[in-house]
Design a protein around this ligand. Structure first.
Ligand code: IPD
Ligand code: CA
Ligand code: CA
Length: 254
């Protein structure tokens, strides 16, 4: 099933690249939340593939309007974001990806995030480690927040999030730098391969995070709620790190 997810993500990534820089139709889902023809074409390809290979599996897909329950054979659920980083994509900024995960009986068992602009494929299977373009990857060894490069995202409903500015200011004052790249799935993949040391964000959906969580855990990192308690995919926020700076980040976000 990992190979199926990898091939599907790569094919969906090709669809995105064919449309990158040539987008004609951009629709607003909210004030600043966009959807393009690329999101829809990529999602259609992924859903078609899943339906033909695993017709009785469930699918949770972003653009399909939450859960599309096709079946429930053995509790398998595919969780997909066909284009994570839509705003970047619509502006011609090459930071976006396809991200696909498989949940089995409530646990993420495989995750794949594909960045077609850089041709980087991040993949993990529970208990079998994580890879970047087929080579094993690990989280960073940075053990102090003061030496860490951290990434976050700004939720679409930021106007309603009172603590966000306080968290951002505190984090900026405590670490080496904070980045905001506009694709939560890539942010998490970069924590998994050690480019970033930590990530926090609230207001995300399961399809933004599902693959990234497994990538980070299988690469030796840690994922939790802001206060360090057990992470729940369906009830964010999320704090993810190499594990070594987790407590320092958590003390800022509490
Ligand atoms: C968004 C991106 C972004 C995050 C937003 C997400 P989309 O996903 O992951 O980094 O800050 O909260 O909704 O809309 O580009 O699929
Ligand atoms: Ca997303
Ligand atoms: Ca999306």
């Amino acid at each position: 099933m990992l190979n199926f997810a990898i091939e599907t993500a790569k094919d969906a990534g090709r669809v995105l690249m064919e449309k990158f820089g040539r987008i004609e139709a951009v629709t607003k889902k909210g004030d600043i939340n966009l959807v393009t023809e690329a999101d829809l074409a990529s999602e259609a390809l992924i859903i078609d593939r899943i339906k033909s290979h695993f017709p009785r599996h469930s699918i949770l897909a972003e653009e399909a309007g939450n859960a599309v329950i096709i079946g429930d054979e053995g509790g398998h659920k595919w969780i997909i974001d066909p284009l994570d980083g839509t705003t970047n994509f619509a502006h011609g900024y090459p930071c976006f990806c396809v991200t696909i995960a498989l949940e089995h009986k409530g646990e993420i068992v495989l995750g794949v995030t594909y960045d077609p602009a850089r041709d980087e494929l991040f993949a993990a299977e529970r208990g079998r480690g994580a890879t970047l373009n087929g080579k094993p990857m690990r989280v960073s060894a940075t053990d102090a927040l003061g030496d860490a490069l951290i990434v976050t995202g700004f939720p679409y409903d930021i106007k309603r999030r009172d603590d966000f500015a306080r968290h951002l200011t505190q984090m900026l004052l405590s670490c080496r730098g904070v980045r905001r790249d506009g694709s939560a799935a890539i942010d998490m993949a970069y924590v998994a391969c050690g480019r970033f040391d930590g990530f926090w964000e609230e207001g995300l959906n399961p399809w933004d995070m599902a693959a990234g969580i497994l990538l980070i855990e299988e690469a030796g990192g840690r994922v939790s709620n802001y206060d360090g308690s057990e992470f729940d995919l369906y009830h964010p926020p999320v704090l993810a790190s190499n594990g070594l700076i987790h407590a320092e980040m958590s003390s800022i976000l509490r």
